[in-house]
Design a binder for this molecule. Structure first.
Ligand code: TEU
Ligand code: CA
Length: 537
């Protein structure tokens, strides 16, 4: 496949509100990101993805935008952003922004105007429907609410929202609206940004047949509807092809076959995608399923489209807690999971704090949670009469707040994140788990990430190499090869709490990276090793 800068890049995701607070208001800010660019550089990442920092009432932490052209006060100012961008570029880092164009905030001027009257010129920027039998048009749920329809009393119609009530969906059928979005994208690209992470981009086209669905909890009807590829091809034609930028689409509910339609290079839509087969289909680790997903996506995109690898982000519980062992094997487990994301086919994404093995949290009361998805669901279930304690417990493991606690920089007050009161409680384990401590230790998670990234940078086989699963059946061990030309990497890891026999012979002299010091032929719990050989000519 064609070699490009972004295929070779490692992305570091910054959830800025939890990264570093520089003015003591308890929220991280763009200035904090700027100050830590050298840290991101030291880690070895190439691209910084910033979550949305546009003006927003912040009902969904910036994913409800009220002004696409301005920076929200909590984040700072446009000057702060420009300084951040300049300094990132000076350090050789690229910056990509979140593009949230499936919906706006209900406080966006477009929506305020649209809902004021059926005759408004902005009315058609959103999706409206008359009541059916005095109620919502159908039984569809939304991500964050029991219905995707909300009644609007002034015009006596319902509007459509894939997420919270406060996030009305835009009507992509409207040509003027589409042009407004393209213009906004050009505004940021002209400022010099290097691309977009596109929020739920496969939701833009809506299902035409409004019949009730059998299972409203399976939200796949919200996504991949006819028209979506025409919109993305138009976006590419109008905007993207004119810039040297990268795009990664957040694309839930796709198999490799459908995913390819978004990233097939010949179709001119997106560069790469986040599919959700791991995040949505594996609440906890499932080795068999994981291997199957990796094989299917490799085969499905091979030679035609590019994948991305992530095991957590700001929506998904930290990987060492959800998929690893965050207790007695935290350090080894964090390194093992990193080995996977950095050596499997596709671009690796690091979510802030992952590189020091940060863990999830469990708060005692629903009042300590802030995630709108969790709170809405909690209220809905409790209103049905279910036991509040049981509801809370059922939602804790996958609450999005697990990954949103402040970055742990030091063992000082509030983990060095803020001098004020943090917007979300710091994980109490910051005393042991923090950047300062990790950087000092030779065998830390941070140091391992550095080594992994350097290894990947020095050998294209880890990027463009062919992938072969060597152990499709094993429930504890994973083993696979990445081969390019005469170079072959063999990755072997033990994703379990028990010691395991080595499954095949490998020359110990060819070992290039290992997450635990161990000369034994057996693999210790959560041990990962990478071997490299050069084929004899
Ligand atoms: O998330 C899309 C999304 O719905 C999933 O990530 C979902 O949150 C997860 O499966 C748990 O239910 C994107 C953003 O990443 C998220 O932060 C926003 O809240 C959402 O879109 C709406 O913009
Ligand atoms: Ca701040």
């Amino acid at each position: 496949m064609k070699q490009t800068w972004w295929k070779e890049a490692v992305v570091y995701q910054v959830y800025w509100r939890s990264f570093l607070d520089t003015n003591g208001d308890g929220y991280g800010d763009l200035e904090g990101v700027r100050q830590k660019l050298p840290y991101i550089k030291e880690l070895g990442a190439d691209v910084v993805w910033l979550n949305p920092f546009y003006v927003s009432p912040d009902r969904d932490n910036g994913y409800d935008i009220a002004d696409y052209y301005k920076v929200m006060d909590k984040a700072g100012t446009m000057e702060d952003f420009e300084r951040l961008l300049d300094e990132a570029h000076a350090l050789g880092l690229k910056v990509i922004l979140d593009l949230v164009v499936n919906h706006t905030s209900d406080e966006h001027p477009w929506f305020l105007e649209a809902k004021a009257s059926q005759d408004s010129s902005k009315r058609d920027y959103y999706i409206w429907h008359d009541p059916v039998n005095g109620g919502a048009p159908n039984n569809w749920r939304s991500y964050f609410a029991p219905s995707c329809w909300e009644y609007e009393a002034v015009s006596e119609q319902y509007y459509y929202h894939s997420f919270a009530v406060e996030q009305p969906d835009l009507n992509w059928e409207n040509t003027t609206l589409r042009q407004e979005i393209y213009q906004m994208m050009r505004f940021w690209l002209d400022k010099g940004i290097d691309g977009f992470r596109m929020d739920v981009i496969n939701l833009l086209a809506k299902r035409k047949n409004l019949s009730d669905v059998d299972n409203p909890y399976d939200l796949s009807y919200l996504a991949n509807n006819p028209g979506i590829h025409e919109y993305l091809q138009e976006m590419h034609e109008e905007v993207l092809r004119h810039y040297d930028c990268m795009t990664v689409g957040e694309i839930p509910f796709v198999t490799p076959e459908e995913g390819l339609l978004y990233v097939d290079e010949s179709r001119r839509e997106l560069d790469t995608l986040f599919h959700f087969q791991i995040a949505d289909e594996m609440p906890t680790w499932d080795m068999h399923r994981f291997k199957q997903i990796q094989r299917d996506w490799y085969e499905g995109l091979k030679g035609r489209g590019w994948n991305s690898q992530f095991l957590n982000n700001h929506d998904h519980t930290r990987q060492v807690t959800r998929y690893g062992n965050d207790r007695e094997h935290r350090v080894a487990s964090a390194k093992l999971l990193a080995t996977l994301t950095h050596t499997l086919p596709g671009m690796p994404y690091i979510y802030q704090g992952e590189e020091i093995g940060m863990t999830g949290v469990t708060f005692d009361s629903i009042d300590d949670y802030q995630d709108i998805a969790m709170i809405n669901r909690y209220n809905e279930e409790v209103a049905k009469g279910r036991d509040p304690r049981a509801v809370l417990e059922s939602l804790q493991l996958l609450s999005r707040d697990n990954s949103r606690t402040p970055m742990q920089w030091t063992d000082e007050s509030q983990a060095g994140f803020t001098t004020g009161e943090p917007w979300m409680s710091v994980n109490p384990n910051y005393v042991d788990v923090n950047v300062e401590a990790d950087i000092q230790r030779e065998d830390s998670v941070f140091r391992y990430y550095q080594q992994l990234i350097q290894l990947r940078k020095s050998h294209k086989a880890l990027i463009y190499g062919e992938f072969t699963d060597l152990l499709p059946e094993d429930e504890a061990l994973h083993g696979y090869e990445r081969t390019l030309g005469e170079i072959r990497f063999t990755i072997i890891l033990n994703h379990s709490d028990e010691t395991r026999e080595f499954p095949f012979e490998l020359d110990p002299k060819t070992l290039v990276l290992q997450n635990i010091e161990n000369n034994d032929t057996r693999l210790l719990p959560h041990e990962a090793r990478i071997y490299m050989t050069k084929a004899a000519q």
